[in-house]
Design a protein around this ligand. Structure first.
Ligand code: PMP
Length: 779
């Protein structure tokens, strides 16, 4: 086995020779003192004219291109960020950045002079080792990398040295030099994992020219305030490499060496504060640190074994202890901590080549119940998801569930454009709507652009319930009345007013009247050619009943998807007939588009999809921000103005620029990806496939819906339409076992309410229908 690569071969010059060269080539005279260096000869010179500089004689083996690389990098940094505390090149009297010199034995070396940075190397100041310092150092190194990100040099990839994290496997043979068998084993395991997992992943991350040696010898702190890093020196290991290697290089030495991962957290958070890390990078910091630590142990211990000049990089026993502690912490726990430090979702680590996040389900369920009360859910145990991806929700162990239920993340889970819009706006400004802000006005304009003239102004709030609450306040104000009409199984929200408007959840109230649902499957007029007229006739009855109790209607609030009515399909013309009657009776029509809006029914607006010609108000919620809380009331500006003249209409968070950025991004995606039409096509395909399935599966009584809302009703007897309540209940669990999320609905609780998001393709439809087929077979 060769030990050749571990030899340092320091340049051999006496101090007197160095003095003569400095005078001859740079005109520098002064007090010279040698400094430790791994490969070069380095002298600190306090010159007679009061300046302090560093003179470096490069290793004879150093190619000229590598020095040229450093010269250009330092020039680039000085140009990009002159405030960065890194050395500056000092030209020779001939105006050159370095000079060639010859040793007594005839070896040629490059000599150069750099400015001296004041400060104490961190390894000389035990009191510098704090999280505060590490955070600041991480930030400083990130700023250095920001300055270097536009820099390249042909030698950047040929600066071959043993500290290059991406070439660590070349050190494998040197592991045998280590005396301790257990340590050899640790090193082998780290390199095996590096080969199988880490290096292939590192190759796909961000690479650029990086310093890659900001360890405790090459970083300086303020002598009076040792928590303040004030300098980064020694650009000899600089190379083109993965950014994340930079963090791994910063020392993991803690004051008491007990918590090396804590050190990584502080450094990573500092780095991330200036140069935001990508998720895949954060998940490799721990492994990169292990590689760096193992490299260090191999090189230092190996050199100790063969070198005559050991002692320069000392403390390998400490390093071995720190390595042991880092390994003891384990990848999962360490990655969680690093994620938390950078505020990446802690439980959502990317499944890395079969590695999954540790999931202490019971502890989480207990914590949740203790602090938030019982979870309302549909299954035996509440599900735990850590990540969303288009149509999928993903558990900590990487299992993917198809989401057929959720009507909030309408354009797909974790939509990147929306996430970025939220981040970008909140990185710049978030204030309330008392200030003028472009995006808020632009968003209101965009939302109302294709609506009839009288729907021309927005009130922004934070939820569907609030939107409905405000809409009712406006309707009551406009009409001077307290009464209202709603559907018999409506749901409109959770505020006091909207809870009253939700007979599916609350009792009945004197000032409200409840319209019979226009159910075309099991309703009274299901098979009647005049069903629209007959169902709409219930308005007359309702108005009369309301009148008998001394109330008149301020409004008819209508969920145009009839979602809580089991996605009932109204006969053509029904909505418009009711609207006309209500309006004739002096009430306003409020289209609650919380479910139906944003393209759910195959038209951007639910009221249009249902052929409702004239609505007085629209309310929106759920999908408007694709998960970000945002609610909207759209109505006539004249009404809003009249109302606001008497009662202040203001919501602190409603319509803040960050919410509006989310709303804008949702509209961008809907338009650019033509999602409304796509949803209509996928929804039609789903209904067609389900009707096909119904030919084989007698339990399916009805398949209905519009666009991306689908109602699926189960009966034990098709003739009698006997609700299959128990079977529907069972089906939900069977579908869960198939990893599909679905919910039930309808007055008889025998209907599946499906609201797939627009990330669904026909592949998801096939997956769903096949699974449903298997589940129905089991019933
Ligand atoms: N209206 C309808 C039709 C709804 O379905 C809901 C919520 N399910 C709401 C209003 C209330 O919305 P939020 O939960 O955002 O307050």
């Amino acid at each position: 086995m060769t030990t050749e690569i571990l030899k340092r071969n320091l340049p051999r010059f006496e101090l007197d020779q160095v003095r003569d060269l400095a005078l001859e080539l740079y005109g520098i005279r002064g007090e010279f003192s040698r400094q430790d260096s791994e490969r070069d000869l380095s002298c600190k010179v306090r010159s007679d004219d009061g300046e302090t500089v560093v003179l470096k004689i490069a290793n004879a083996a150093e190619p000229e291109s590598i020095i040229d690389f450093q010269v250009h990098a330092l020039e680039h940094i000085a140009a990009c960020n002159p405030r960065l505390p890194v050395p500056r090149m000092i030209a020779s009297t001939n105006g050159r950045p370095y000079e060639w010199i010859e040793s007594a034995s005839g070896e040629r070396h490059m000599l150069r002079v750099l400015s001296y940075l004041p400060g104490n190397p961190i390894d000389t100041r035990a009191d510098a080792l704090s999280d505060r310092m590490r955070y600041a150092l991480g930030a400083l190194v990130a700023e250095l990398d920001l300055a270097l990100r536009g820099f390249f040099h042909p030698a950047a990839r040929s600066n071959d040295h043993l500290w290059d994290l991406t070439r660590c496997l070349e050190l494998r043979p040197q592991i045998d030099l280590l005396a301790d068998a257990e340590l050899r084993d640790v090193c082998r395991r780290v390199f095996d994992h590096a080969e199988a997992v880490v290096l292939p992943q590192l190759r796909q991350l961000r690479w650029q020219v990086i310093h890659q040696d900001a360890d405790a010898r090459n970083t300086l702190v303020d002598p009076d305030e040792p928590h303040k890093p004030v300098g980064i020196i020694d650009f000899g290991d600089m190379l083109y490499g993965p950014l994340v290697a930079e963090i791994a290089t910063i020392d993991t030495r803690a004051e008491d060496e007990r918590d090396p991962v804590g050190c990584l957290c502080a450094t990573a958070a500092g780095f991330d504060s200036r140069l935001p890390l990508e998720e895949a990078e954060v998940d490799l910091i721990y492994d990169a640190s292990l590689i760096r630590q193992v490299t260090n142990v191999i090189l230092v211990a190996g050199r100790d074994a063969i070198d005559d000049s050991h002692g320069y990089i000392s403390g390998v026993e400490d390093d071995i202890r720190i390595l042991g502690r880092t390994i003891d912490e384990g990848r999962d726990r360490a990655t969680r901590r690093i994620r938390e430090a950078c505020r990446f979702p802690v439980y959502a680590a990317l499944p890395r080549n079969g590695n999954t996040v540790d999931d202490d389900y019971d502890a989480l369920a207990h914590k949740r119940t203790r602090r938030l009360g019982e979870v309302v859910h549909f299954y035996d145990k509440p599900l735990h998801f850590v990540r969303g991806e288009g149509p999928w929700l993903i558990t900590p162990d990487g299992r993917r569930y198809l989401d057929a239920y959720n009507n909030v993340q309408q354009i797909g889970h974790a939509n990147a454009h929306v996430a970025r819009a939220l981040y970008r706006q909140s990185s710049v400004l978030n204030v309330n709507t008392r200030y003028l802000c472009d995006i808020v006005a632009d968003y209101a304009e965009r939302l109302t652009a294709d609506l009839p003239d009288h729907l021309n102004a927005c009130v922004f709030v934070n939820s569907g319930s609030e939107a409905n609450d405000v809409a009712m306040q406006l309707a009551k104000f406009a009409s001077g009345r307290e009464g209202a009409l709603i559907m018999d199984a409506a749901y409109h929200g959770c505020t006091e007013t909207t809870m009253e408007l939700s007979p599916s959840e609350s009792g009945r109230f004197d000032h409200l009247e409840y319209l019979e649902a226009p159910d075309m499957y099991r309703g009274r007029f299901a098979d009647d050619a005049d069903a629209a007229q007959k169902y709409a006739a219930d308005v007359g009855r309702a108005l009369a009943d309301l009148g008998q109790r001394g109330h008149r209607p301020s409004a008819w609030m209508i969920d145009t998807a009839l979602c809580s009515n089991g996605v009932a399909m109204a006969p053509d013309g029904y909505f418009d007939r009711v609207a006309r009657e209500v309006q004739a009776a002096g009430g306003l029509v409020i289209a609650d588009e919380v479910q139906a809006g944003m393209g759910r029914l195959g038209d951007f607006w639910g009221f249009r999809a249902q052929g409702l010609e004239h609505v007085d108000m629209i309310t929106m919620g759920k999908p408007v921000g694709n998960g970000h809380p945002l609610g909207v009331v759209i109505t006539d500006k004249a009404l809003i103005d009249r109302f606001a003249a008497q009662i202040e209409l203001f919501s602190t968070f409603g319509g803040n620029p960050v919410s509006c950025a989310a709303g804008m991004a949702v509209l961008d995606e809907i338009e650019r990806l033509d999602l409304v039409n796509k949803g209509a096509e996928v929804g039609d395909y789903l209904r067609t496939q389900l009707r096909g399935l119904a030919e084989r599966q007698p339990l399916i009584g009805d398949v209905r819906g519009k666009g991306m809302i689908i109602g699926l009703e189960f009966v034990t007897d098709r003739e009698r339409k006997t609700p299959a309540r128990a079977e529907t209940e069972q089906l939900i669990d069977l579908m869960l076992a198939e990893r599909i999320l679905i919910g039930k609905s309808g007055p008889e609780q025998n209907a599946l309410k499906m609201r797939p998001n627009f990330a669904w393709e026909t592949a998801q439809v096939d997956y769903f229908v096949d699974a449903l087929d298997r589940c129905l077979d089991k019933l």
